[in-house]
Ligand binder design. Structure first.
Ligand code: BGC
Length: 449
């Protein structure tokens, strides 16, 4: 028992290096919120063109998630990460030097592709390098890095806003990208990927290095020595995998359709709607959102392997639903008191997301799929995540027109109740379990049907 409980400095450093990918995800999706104001002026952009430049990155990401799944299963987790870093470098270079709108659009699609791939390969890599007792916190370093990236983008945008220097707003991303690129050469391939390729000896060596008890791990228990480059696609849709596939897609969809990115992408606008009239105070309040998001993710990291994934999900989603309900009430009238209610409930909403659907959705999908098809199965769930992100961001302003501000937030609250039902019914507790045990749980579930 004691042996499986360890996690080494080596694992932590490898996880921290890879988590820079999460930071790039957060930064590159959020830096546009400040930059767009100045891009609009410099390129004389219509509202539609602005919306396209903002949202096209999500299209890139949903395509990237599919590619990422195939790549990680085929060439490996590490090689995929290295390749993606190069894609990040190309995308960043294009957007920071853009002198034409087409260059900007292409650069943002390329950045989106890279974001889609890291959103998959980072949690996947860390999950396969962790011991069961610390896997929750280690994989959630990814979410922590995403929130750091988001906050960093808000701060950098704020810093460059007086000069309108959008090239630097994008360009700062080069620093973490280069750091990630260098760091990746110092980390190994994951034992699970090596084992899935029949390289069991090598895999066991790495497990030994990170001091994981091999006896119960999926690596030791994998009896089939594969000679193929990649497990068959058929396996992905076998009956035994279906309940896990469904659970992963569901949790990913609910992470998005409960409305988080309305707040992350439109925060200044919502604050203005709530009565903070000056742009400066709205931007400052937005930084408050970023800070609280980061801080509460730390709390999640601390709790996730102690109280488990499900209690966090249940409490968090309940809190999100309650906050959205109150937010809707706050928007019914516009007085000083209701504006304070709205701002506070927006903050509590983000806090509850940060201890639940934020980190836990990424964690669950990295834990529930069988070794040889893990990348592709995650790819399907993450494709669903980015697709819903796109739909929610695109429909928010239209929904406000149709349902009103209060009605829109109440709609997200109702969806939150559905999410709660789904979590209670379909998501098992994975705290402290070996990946193999979790797979067996889903297999048994499928067999019962
Ligand atoms: C979500 C993103 C969101 C971020 C906010 C992530 O887990 O996938 O869509 O913007 O959390 O912290």
């Amino acid at each position: 028992m004691a042996k499986t409980q360890k996690f080494t400095a080596f694992t932590l450093v490898a996880s921290l290096i890879v988590a820079i990918g999460g930071l790039l995800f957060g930064y590159n999706t959020s830096s546009i919120s400040g930059a767009i104001l100045f891009l609009a002026k410099d390129f004389n952009l219509s509202t539609i063109a602005q919306e396209m430049i903002v949202s096209i990155i999500l299209i890139g990401a949903l395509i990237g998630a599919c590619f990422g799944g195939i790549l990680t299963d085929r060439v490996g987790r590490k090689a995929t990460l290295i390749l993606t870093t190069v894609v990040f470098l190309i995308g960043t270079f294009l957007v920071m030097t853009a002198n034409h709108i087409a260059m900007l659009v292409i650069g943002r699609i390329i950045l989106g592709l890279a974001i889609g791939i890291v959103s998959l390969s980072v949690p996947l890599y860390i999950a396969e390098m962790s011991d069961p007792r610390h896997r929750g916190a280690l994989v959630s370093l990814n979410q922590l890095a995403i929130t750091i990236g988001i906050l960093l983008a808000y701060v950098v945008d704020y810093f460059y806003a007086p000069t309108g220097d959008w090239r630097s707003m994008f360009g700062i991303a080069l620093i973490p990208t280069i750091l990630l690129f260098i760091g990746l050469f110092f980390i190994p391939e994951t034992p699970s990927f090596l084992a899935s390729q029949g390289k069991k000896e090598k895999a066991l060596k790495i497990l030994k290095k990170i001091e994981i008890d091999t006896s119960k791990s999926e690596v030791a228990l994998s009896t089939k020595i594969s000679t193929k480059k990649m497990a068959s696609w058929k396996k992905l849709f076998e009956k035994s995998v279906r309940p896990a596939l469904f659970a992963g897609i569901g949790i990913s969809v609910f992470q998005q359709i409960t409305g988080i990115n309305i707040v992350i992408y439109y925060a200044p606008r919502i604050f203005q709607l709530a009565g903070l009239e000056s742009a400066a105070s709205a931007i400052l309040a937005t930084m408050g959102v970023g800070t609280i998001n980061l801080f509460m993710t730390f709390v999640a990291l601390w709790l996730i392997d102690m109280v488990g994934r499900k209690p966090l999900l249940i409490v968090g989603i309940l809190g999100m639903v309650a906050s959205l309900g109150v937010l809707g009430i706050g928007f019914l009238e516009s007085t000083k008191a209701t504006s304070i209610i709205s701002i506070v409930s927006l903050m509590t909403y983000v806090s509850f997301f940060a201890i639940s659907l934020g980190p836990v959705a990424w964690l669950i999908i990295s834990e529930i799929y069988p070794m040889g098809i893990r990348g592709r199965a995650m790819g399907i769930a993450i494709f669903a995540n980015w697709t819903c992100n796109y739909i929610v961001s695109l429909t928010f302003l239209t929904l406000v027109d149709f349902l009103g501000k209060s009605g829109t937030f109440w709609l997200y609250a109702a969806i939150g109740l559905l999410a709660l039902w789904f979590v209670i019914k379909k998501i098992p507790e994975t705290k402290g379990k070996e990946l193999k045990e979790i797979q067996d749980y889903f297999k048994k579930k499928a067999a019962k049907k």
